[in-house]
Ligand binder design. Structure first.
Ligand code: CU
Length: 198
């Protein structure tokens, strides 16, 4: 791919991020805190999904019933299966102990599939590297309102090696719920787990 071609693709990339920023601003209004550093938004298109989903919604730390710790390695989650109760609010504490960038993302299988394509685009544009995130590019202002690519998503956290983060989620009902890493190749390599709601 020539440099010229890549520049021609930038407007669509920026447009995708603008959509994400709008979704983020909306989602931020429903939460009262942000969780740690290292969150990155790679997710456009289904930005509305950053809010409620079919199986639950962003929770508040003050309402957390339980803490579940998740370790991410190259390329796996430990543990790989979780059980929660309907109505339970979980604080997930996620640590990346691998040597690559990994993501913990709660969603349905089709949600993850959609985001894998977006993560691929981020990788192709040099925002997402194997072992780090291009923060400069992630924080590039997107227009006059000061929106940036980097923001918190209530259902996901993207972490560089050695970093930790957390999300709080309230599970309201069961369904096909997976926690997955949508960094290109990782889901296919088995970096996916399931949540059973009882
Ligand atoms: Cu991964």
């Amino acid at each position: 791919m020539s440099i010229k071609t890549r520049f021609h693709q930038l407007p669509s990339l920026i447009a995708a991020f603008a959509i994400v920023s709008i979704g983020s601003a909306h989602a931020a209004g429903s939460g009262d805190h942000h969780h740690g550093a290292g969150h990155g938004s790679m997710h456009g298109g289904e930005a509305a999904m950053a809010g409620p989903m079919s199986f639950g919604k962003p929770g508040k730390l003050a309402d957390a019933d339980r803490v579940i710790e998740i370790v991410m390695g190259d390329n796996y989650f430990e543990p790989e299966t979780l059980s929660v109760s309907a109505g339970e609010t979980i604080q997930f504490k996620i640590s990346n102990r691998g040597t690559l960038v990994h993501e913990f993302n709660l969603g349905t299988p089709s949600y993850h599939e959609a985001h894998q394509g977006e993560m691929m685009m981020m990788q192709q544009h040099g925002v997402l590297m194997g072992d780090h995130i291009n923060h400069e590019m992630m924080n590039m202002p997107m227009g006059d309102d000061g929106h940036v690519m980097s923001h918190d998503h209530p259902n996901s956290v993207l972490l560089e090696p050695g970093k930790s983060g957390d999300i709080v989620w309230t599970f309201t009902s069961g369904g096909d719920i997976e926690f997955a890493c949508n960094v290109p190749g990782h889901y296919a390599a088995g970096m996916v787990g399931t949540v059973d709601v009882e």
